[in-house]
Design a protein around this ligand. Structure first.
Ligand SMILES: NC(=O)c1ccc[n+]([C@@H]2O[C@H](COP(=O)([O-])OP(=O)(O)OC[C@H]3O[C@@H](n4cnc5c(N)ncnc54)[C@H](O)[C@@H]3O)[C@@H](O)[C@H]2O)c1
Ligand SMILES: O=c1ccn([C@@H]2O[C@H](COP(=O)(O)OP(=O)(O)O[C@H]3O[C@H](CO)[C@@H](O)[C@H](O)[C@H]3O)[C@@H](O)[C@H]2O)c(=O)[nH]1
Length: 331
């Protein structure tokens, strides 16, 4: 009875592995370390270095570890890169997910939890966004995730497999106990970048556009603490194990903060007045993305405990500081 966590050496996967281990589950992480780090795999989890699209390897891992459920985090995640390298994104996010799904079905794994994204909605017609809105992704990244959702839906009809696809809104923060956090080599996320500016890892940061139709002109997003998100995965697994139907669920808190509000919170919590420039809009940024977050609360009984922007920011800043000392000690 082991959970296979693909991408468990990365940001969200490592937090999910921690949540599973904290709940007394056995975990095996499969990660090719293209972005993740061996040290990010939580103590107590078994680790296999390899690709989730390698069917023979995944078949062996499932058999050797008696895997009964899969949480699939492995993937390529940078939206603008997906525009430049679309075929690479379809390979890693769609083709490799197909391979993993094939082995899951062949091996009799019945429960599958998938990392999807608010990016599947594209430019939504209104906000908050509920799960029944049309899927109209505007990037290859969003399309690659939508295609995996479709494969899951069809496979679940044809085979003895049930799934939950969790559509994450803006994931941020770090494990409150300091055991993991965001370590991406190529940071693009707002709270990560602002935390780097506050801790001196980068000299300044920019706001991408101040002329949106929002109260302060900057984009609004629904920031969700990574540990609340990790717990949602554990609850999704329990839901499937007690016979829950396959479903898709938004993961957000149902409220939003503007870029300016986020930067203000990072300055307040850190006490550092770092330099912020104004820059042009970043292509493809919708003005506001806020989740309708009722379904996940109702169906999974999910009750977030870190729904506080300053909490999220504090944990992100603590992690950024700890990364600096890690680099110093590694030098
Ligand atoms: N971070 C966000 O805000 C966000 C939002 C929506 C959805 N997601 C999704 O959540 C998942 C996890 O994202 P993250 O932020 O933790 O990213 P991450 O880059 O930190 O983690 C992804 C991990 O997967 C590994 N990986 C990539 N391709 C692999 C492959 N083919 N085989 C094995 N391992 C592979 C990487 O080495 C890395 O450790 C992704 O699927 C992403 O699309 C993330
Ligand atoms: O240095 C920065 C970084 C970001 N932003 C702005 O901050 C907002 C949030 O940006 P970011 O943190 O990059 O997140 P998103 O572009 O909203 O995308 C994230 O959230 C989506 C779901 O909402 C996921 O699909 C994506 O994978 C994930 O990267 C946007 O308006 C950006 O323009 C800045 O102004 N300056």
């Amino acid at each position: 009875m082991t959970v296979l966590v693909t991408g468990g050496a990365g940001y969200i996967g490592s937090h999910a592995a921690l949540a599973l281990l904290d709940g007394g589950r056995d975990v095996v992480v499969l990660d090719n370390l293209s972005q993740g780090h061996r040290w990010a795999v939580p103590t107590g989890a078994a680790f296999v270095e390899g690709d989730c699209g390698d069917e023979d390897l995944v078949r062996r891992v499932i058999a050797e570890h008696d895997v009964t459920a899969i949480m699939h985090f492995a993937g390529s995640i940078i939206v603008p890169d997906s525009v430049i390298y679309p075929l690479e994104y379809y390979r890693n996010n769609t083709v490799n997910s197909r391979a993993l799904l094939q082995v899951a079905v062949d091996s009799g794994v019945k429960h599958f939890i998938f990392s999807s994204t608010a990016g599947v909605y594209g430019e939504p017609k209104a906000t908050p966004i509920n799960e029944d809105f049309a899927l109209k992704p505007i990037s290859p990244y969003g399309t690659s995730k939508m295609m995996t959702e479709k494969m899951l839906a069809d496979a679940a009809i044809a085979h003895d497999l049930r799934y939950v696809a969790l559509r994450y809104f803006n994931v941020a923060g770090a494990d409150p106990k300091g055991r993991s956090g965001q370590t991406s080599r190529k940071a693009t996320h707002l709270i990560k970048i602002a935390s780097q500016a506050a801790t001196g890892t980068r000299p300044q940061m920019a706001i991408y556009g101040e002329d949106y139709e929002t109260p302060d002109g900057t984009c609004i997003r629904d920031y969700i603490h990574v540990s609340d998100l990790a717990n949602a995965h554990v609850l999704a697994l329990e839901y499937l194990e007690r016979g829950g139907e396959s479903d898709v669920m938004n993961c957000g808190y149902g409220r939003g903060f503007s870029v300016r509000e986020v930067i203000g919170a990072v300055k307040k919590v850190s006490g550092v007045d770092f330099e912020v420039e104004l820059a042009d809009r970043r292509p493809g940024d919708p003005a506001a993305l806020i989740a309708a977050a009722d379904r996940i609360r109702q169906k999974l009984g999910w009750t977030p405990v870190h729904d506080d922007l300053e909490d999220i920011v504090r944990h992100a800043l603590d992690w950024e500081q700890s990364l600096k000392s890690r680099e110093v000690s590694a030098a």
